[in-house]
Design a protein around this ligand. Sequence first.
Ligand code: SAH
Length: 250
Amino acid sequence: MANTFERVRFVLVETSHPGNVGAAARAMKTMGFSDLVLVNPRDADVLTHAEAIALASGATDVLAAARIVHSLDEALAGCNFSVALSARPREFSPPLFEPRQLAEHLVTDTALKAALVFGSERYGLSNEQVSKCSALVSVPANPVYSSLNLAQAVQVIAYECRVAALGEVRSEDTIGFRGERASAEQVEGMFTHLEKALIDIDFLDAKNPKKLMPRLRRLFARAELEVEEVNILRGIATQLISKRQRIRKD
Ligand code: SAH
């Protein structure tokens, strides 16, 4: 499997300042990373914007190779571990990591293909965007003013990942057999299927869903699902739905 630098993607969601995109590219390159994806930047031509190029400095190659996509799901395609970066803790968040713990995890588990997801300057990440991720990471900043500049947040996280990667001379994971990790698309497909089944069996009230799905997302994020496990859950959902249909017919 590829080394840490090739397994970590940086995703910037709805960025408004071209300078921040350039500075983020520079922050990434100085730490050895190059996979940059932008989700709906405010300026569609941001990659060729003069401010972005100026702040990228010697990292214009990272900028030029960056991709622009139109949804977070698209940005997560091909990844099997996604991390929301936020200064704010959330009530129904996926498991919370410190930047250093995250970096260790990314380096140690070489089957991970990770997306690090950063929010917009003005609004950060929405709860829905956070809930799509497998983990939440906060830089433990000054509690009275914890909001870092976007590119500086990228720098801090990229630095931690680099330090962890350089220090890596560890043995593989010790949990024993590990199957292939489920991709973001497979996990999303499973949630859609499971939600439908839960509505079908009247466990989930579509009109008043409360926090069931966010709680289940949190549970499954902790489990770090494998492909086989996603298939089992989908099999259960299929069976629930068809059983319910048979009961309705009788
Ligand atoms: N006004 C926004 C802050 C946006 S800062 C808000 O209230 O959420 C832009 C992005 O930088 C954030 O969405 C987050 O991805 C990252 N960031 C800033 N400070 C951070 C911190 N202390 N820990 C982790 N990420 C942070």
